[in-house]
Design a protein around this ligand. Structure first.
Ligand code: PAF
Length: 302
């Protein structure tokens, strides 16, 4: 049975490609029977260095690595870049092969969302502000597809980048609330040498935008450090907003200090926090964040 599924799957070098849930399940079940641990790295493809870092982390934790490549229509709103989202399947597979990834799960939209599909996984609270404010339905789309991927693959761990911090916290909460037996492993943001967070969408930036985009990293660092020194949250976020506007020449959607776990707004820095921003530069929306420690001696709320 397992052999049939493998024979039916297209083979690309050492990386097997599963296009159906049943082929994925058969392969993963075979590994489980052999006592192997399994890591899942969910992606939307157009793989770059940051994805490869997630894969390296997955490899350090588990004997078998599955990378899903699926540009999920449910997490793109109307007028967003679903149709234009960069795709390069051949290059993705070459990179997975070079990294020794055992299985690429590359379902079609019809395989993930057959006609009549009617389920939505929605995590309230955490998803309301920040990116959720300007991208209604985005986190429902993410939560729905990630739930499906978890149930389809049933991995021991799943690896996510901290760059999408609100997504990471949403997936953590979803996994906890729904008792999904998977460990979420977070990987710090991978950056270009000048600090820009690596993202598939960076390819859209023209030369001037690319140069200006480095402001984001600098401002997060500067404001974060001042907050840890004890400066006022309101004053520093206002100063940071102005610096971002001037430096990026873009439309700054938000710059906010939030509790690192709950993502609730905070006015006084006493617990570990996260400084998060989203900036629209021309047609390209960039997000970034950094951890912010409370000042030495601050008394935690709990
Ligand atoms: O971060 C991403 O690439 C996507 O949001 C994810 C987690 C693969 C779900 O489509």
């Amino acid at each position: 049975m397992l052999e049939d599924a493998v024979a039916a799957s297209p083979q690309i070098g050492e990386t097997e490609v599963a296009e159906t849930v049943s082929a994925l399940r058969l392969r993963v079940d075979g590994w489980r029977q052999a006592g192997h641990s399994v890591a899942l790295v969910p992606t939307m493809g157009f793989l770059h260095r940051a994805h490869m870092t997630l894969i390296e982390v997955a490899r350090r934790h588990c004997q078998r690595v599955v990378v899903s490549i699926f540009v999920n229509p449910k997490q793109f709103g109307e007028g967003e870049d679903f149709a234009l989202y960069p795709r390069d399947e051949a290059d993705d597979l070459a990179q997975l092969r070079a990294a020794g990834v055992e299985l690429a799960f590359m379902p079609s939209v019809g395989e993930m969302y057959p006609p009549g599909f009617a389920a939505t996984v929605s995590i309230s609270g955490l998803t309301d502000g920040l990116c959720g404010a300007s991208r209604p339905g985005h986190f429902d789309g993410v939560s729905t597809v990630v739930t499906k991927l978890f149930l389809q693959c049933r991995p021991d761990i799943a690896v996510f980048g901290e760059k999408d911090y609100q997504q990471l916290q949403t997936v953590r909460r979803m996994t906890r609330d729904l008792d999904i037996p998977v460990e979420i492993v977070a990987v710090p943001t991978v950056r270009e040498p000048d600090g820009l967070a690596i993202s598939s969408r960076n390819v859209y930036l023209d030369a001037d935008q690319r140069r200006r985009a480095t402001t984001i990293y600098r401002v997060l660092g500067d404001i974060g450090a001042r907050l840890t020194e004890g400066a006022s949250v309101a004053d520093e976020t206002a100063r940071g907003l102005a610096m971002l506007r001037e430096g990026t020449a873009g439309e700054v959607e938000y710059l906010e200090l939030r509790d690192a776990a709950s993502l609730e707004p905070i006015a006084r820095l006493v617990d570990p926090a996260r400084l998060l921003t989203a900036v629209q530069m021309g047609a390209t929306r960039l997000i970034d964040n950094r951890p912010v420690d409370p000042p030495a001696g601050a008394t935690p709320r709990s």
